[in-house]
Design a protein around this ligand. Structure first.
Ligand SMILES: O=P(O)(O)OC[C@H]1O[C@H](OP(=O)(O)OP(=O)(O)O)[C@H](O)[C@@H]1O
Ligand SMILES: O=c1cc[nH]c(=O)[nH]1
Ligand SMILES: [Mg+2]
Length: 217
């Protein structure tokens, strides 16, 4: 399985991730959502380099230009709710993509222990298509694993791109065991070493869903 950490290369992406993490700047929820979107836009561009291209003759007003454009049938999927602005960023660049949505939430048994529950899925048929599963945070990796399994009920994609902003080392190790080696690429913008007692990424950024949309009951 290929893992690409776009944060390893110095670019403006790192400033957007730094602003998501910054305890003062992240309080501005409009800026938080917009930074998540912008990272989705950058990742869409980077992932597009892996698509399959063929040359088409494009008629301009003055002549014919041979242009290499992608042929993949792309499906962008995301995990509610923190994934919504990330998804929007991908959709801004991948104009004709189909879309899928999965819900996943942590149901706490007590203060520290929880199960992940999937209750909602809306997806087109995925057989043979290029599937992007976007979620800004990979902490334990369980939400991604279960969302991926739920999406597989809609067909087996040709290739899966898992796109995340901050991943823990634990999540990457976990997903490498759970997803097909030869048909999965994981794209991240930052890799963090630790999880705390509540399985939050450290240093991470806190709760991405709450920062984007407000606290829930
Ligand atoms: O890798 P995991 O341990 O499964 O944790 C990561 C999940 O946590 C966040 O969602 P959250 O459960 O906070 O839901 P929300 O988006 O509604 O806030 C995030 O968007 C992932 O879906
Ligand atoms: O660090 C984490 C873990 C789960 N969900 C988040 O939003 N952040
Ligand atoms: Mg959350």
């Amino acid at each position: 399985m290929r893992i690409v950490n776009l944060g390893d290369t110095n670019s403006i992406l790192n400033k957007f991730v730094a602003e998501l993490r910054d305890v003062d700047i992240q309080k501005d929820s409009l800026r938080f959502r917009r930074n998540v979107e912008r990272i989705g836009e950058i990742m869409a561009y980077e992932i597009s380099k892996e698509f399959h291209y063929s040359t088409k003759d494009i008629q301009s007003p003055l002549g014919i230009a041979p242009m290499n454009t992608p042929d993949d049938q792309i499906v962008i999927s995301t995990i509610l709710r923190a994934g919504l602005p990330f998804h929007q960023g991908f959709l801004r660049y991948l104009d004709n993509a189909e879309n899928a949505f999965v819900s996943a939430y942590r149901k706490y048994k007590d203060r520290l222990n929880f199960d992940i529950h999937i209750e909602y899925i809306a997806s087109p048929r995925l057989t043979g298509k290029t599937l992007i599963i976007s979620d800004p945070m990979l902490a334990t990796g369980s939400s991604m694993e279960l969302a991926y399994e739920a999406l597989l009920t809609k067909g087996v994609p040709g290739h899966v791109h898992v796109a995340s902003i901050i991943s823990s080392k634990q999540a990457l190790e976990y997903l490498q065991k759970k997803m097909p080696d030869d048909k999965t690429t994981i794209w991240i913008a930052a890799l963090d070493n630790d999880l705390d007692d509540h399985s939050y990424i450290v240093p991470g950024l806190g709760d991405a869903g709450d920062l984007a949309f407000g606290e829930k009951e």
